[in-house]
Design a protein around this ligand. Structure first.
Ligand SMILES: O=C(O)CCC(=O)C(=O)O
Length: 271
């Protein structure tokens, strides 16, 4: 597997997470440190997930309608009737804002990053039945370079995510070197040419979370079923994180409307 470091990835040092932890176990922390991910099952109740899904569905319908107005139904990596990205949902619905400030996320941020963290980004990704389309291997920090490079992605399953309908896969162990160079493909940025059989499948039932680092290469496979695979992705970064542009200029990730604190001085910040 040939991986090349991103030009802005200099002097990176992976920080192992050590306890005491509020939510995760020592084994989960070890898996995160060593493999870059772990799966938390049965986190949210069916009622919580139904409320999140009901809040996202109308927003996603607007995304789908907008995509149909675009040439070939395509915009960047989104494609009508195949895959939609409904971004910054927290700006449009209080239920979702409150959800991103759930104690579970506050505790995961505390355990995996530290006592002061904000929501960095949120989006729903709906994968429609489409037997060909895969979302290529990438690191989240490969799409937009954030400093510090090590932030947190929580991939929340709103429907059961299986190998057949496009659950996440990860390449373990390579997150500790920081951000890699990515190249553009028809279906998005890509950083791993061939996983050489090392990839691990991370199926998760509705209400569970695949928790991984912004530096963990991941992909999702095609949806070969007849149902829609729905995920809500909430990403969190340490307070003080900034987007770094190729020209070196930076923008703080602290927009009060959507990049608010979820944990401050070690305590959850309720909506
Ligand atoms: O949910 C998916 O199918 C892929 C989403 C993803 O990896 C991302 O948004 O970074």
């Amino acid at each position: 597997m040939k991986l090349t470091k991103h030009p802005m990835n200099t002097g990176f040092d992976w920080q192992d997470r050590q306890g005491p932890f509020k939510l995760i176990t020592d084994a989960q922390a070890a898996q995160y440190n060593n493999q870059g991910f772990f799966v938390l099952e049965n986190v949210f109740s069916a009622e919580e997930i139904a409320a999140v899904e009901a809040a996202i569905d109308p927003l996603e319908q607007q995304t789908e309608a907008f995509l149909r107005t675009q040439a070939d139904g395509k915009l960047f990596i989104a494609q009508a009737d195949q895959i939609t990205f409904t971004i910054n949902c927290v700006l449009h619905n209080e239920v979702l804002k409150r959800f991103t400030q759930h104690n579970v996320f506050a505790d995961l941020c505390h355990d995996l990053m530290g006592p002061d963290c904000r929501l960095y980004w949120d989006q729903a990704v709906y994968k429609k039945p489409e037997p060909e389309r895969e979302f290529p291997w990438h690191q989240d920090n490969g799409y937009t370079f954030v400093s510090p490079q090590q932030y947190l992605t929580c991939w929340v399953a709103l429907t059961d995510a299986t190998e057949d309908n496009g659950c996440p896969w990860v390449v373990p162990n390579v997150h500790r070197e920081g951000t890699y160079e990515h190249w553009m493909t028809d279906m998005g940025w890509r950083c791993v040419d061939d996983d050489e059989g090392s990839a691990l499948c991370a199926p998760v039932k509705a209400g569970g979370i695949v928790v991984f680092s912004s530096l963990t290469p991941h992909r999702t496979g095609p949806n070969k079923t007849s149902g829609i695979r729905k995920a809500y992705i909430a990403q969190f970064a340490p307070d003080g994180a900034a987007l770094i542009q190729p020209d070196g200029s930076s923008t703080m990730c602290d927009d009060p409307a959507r990049q608010y604190h979820v944990v401050k001085d070690g305590a959850p910040v309720a909506a």
